[in-house]
Write a protein that binds this ligand. Structure first.
Ligand SMILES: CC(=O)Nc1cc[nH]c(=O)n1
Length: 104
């Protein structure tokens, strides 16, 4: 059964709603999103709903493979992205790039 809900830190909300952040990078526990499914999005801090996303793809990636392209899709520099991911998922090498489209 695929996941139907996802949470983001509040600090990412504006970038998601403006279309500047079009991917999220998650660990094994949060990879089971089905392409073409619609997921409801809320804040991690308060579980406040703020939009729905349509999942486009889920692709495995190693931390060491994160690139400027991923950073651009996250609206960050590559060093910023690597710092963010290391803070959220310390010492995790196997990650997943979840690409999505804002639908409302
Ligand atoms: C709540 C949470 O884990 N949020 C994350 C994690 C990784 N990337 C992202 O955009 N948001």
């Amino acid at each position: 059964m695929s996941l139907s809900k996802i949470t983001f830190f509040e600090r990412f909300e504006a970038d998601i709603l403006s279309g500047k952040k079009t991917i999220t990078i998650r660990d094994e526990a949060e990879k089971d999103y089905a392409p073409n499914s619609v997921v409801q999005v809320s804040t991690y801090e308060n579980d406040r709903w703020f939009c729905a996303l349509k999942i486009q793809s889920v692709d495995a990636i190693a931390f060491s493979q994160l690139s400027e392209f991923h950073a651009q899709q996250e609206n960050m520099t590559l060093p910023e992205l690597k710092n963010v991911i290391q803070e959220i998922y310390p010492d995790v090498e196997r990650l997943y790039v979840i690409s999505y489209e804002l639908i409302g």
